[in-house]
Ligand binder design. Structure first.
Ligand code: ATP
Length: 210
């Protein structure tokens, strides 16, 4: 079993996330991708949108994709949503699985600020979504770490490799969606239609400050 774990604040989940998750699923031949809601993120302010809404939207976005499953691990666990705690908990639950933490290049560049970041590779692999045309500067500690662990494929091991997924990220971000919505635009085409209906039904992202 080769399990993909894709974490995010998903405020809201958008087509960029879904495209990235499905591309990783295909490219890495994953059994499935768990979409893990960062309920109480460590790297950024707590989103204004309550967890219950972000969680409902994530479930709606995954509903039409059997490859994807909304995962409540970090919703149910109290305290900060550290990736290392999540990955180690999956390792305990799936001792024989290849685990693969999926993240975009922008998130990857911040890795050295993550709690116990080097230990992530003890419990799983990292799959980084490249972003053609964008160079993200990576600090020396991460460069060195990458040199030691970068590989062309996941291989057969359960953990320990960094692979790059050559898929293009769609030029969409959750902050762009929140801004557009606040300005009175309808960024409908960037979202799953059920997520868009939910946003309207609950009047989300109107009048919030960024
Ligand atoms: P915000 O704009 O609020 O920062 P975001 O759109 O970057 O949000 P997050 O939930 O913070 O979304 O991101 C979760 C993960 O998805 C991160 O690893 C990030 O790199 C990745 N990601 C974000 N946008 C895209 C995209 N358009 N395509 C692929 N991956 C993306």
């Amino acid at each position: 079993m080769r399990l993909g774990l894709y974490g995010g604040t998903f405020d809201p989940v958008h087509q960029g996330h879904i495209h990235a998750a499905l591309s990783s699923y295909q490219y890495l031949s994953l059994s499935e991708v768990r979409m893990i809601l960062a309920a109480r993120p460590d790297h950024r302010d707590q989103p204004d949108t309550p967890n219950v809404h972000r969680w409902e939207m994530l479930k709606l976005a995954c509903a039409d994709h059997p490859e994807l499953e909304a995962d409540a691990t970090e919703v149910e666990r109290p305290g900060k949503s550290y990736a290392i705690d999540t990955l180690s908990s999956f390792r305990r639950r799936y001792p024989q699985a290849q685990l693969c933490w999926i993240l975009g290049m922008d998130s990857y560049a911040t890795l050295p600020s993550w709690h116990c970041w080097r230990d992530l590779l003890t419990f799983g692999h990292l799959a980084v979504l490249e972003r053609p045309g964008h160079t993200v500067s990576v600090e020396p500690a991460l460069e060195e770490f990458e040199r030691a662990h970068r590989a062309q494929s996941l291989g057969e091991g359960l953990a320990g490799r960094i692979v790059f997924v050559p898929t293009s990220m769609l030029t969409v971000s959750a902050s762009q969606i929140r801004c557009q919505r606040k300005a009175g635009a309808a960024p409908e085409h960037l979202l799953d239609h059920k997520v868009w209906s939910y946003i309207n039904q609950h009047q989300l992202y109107v009048g919030q400050e960024e």
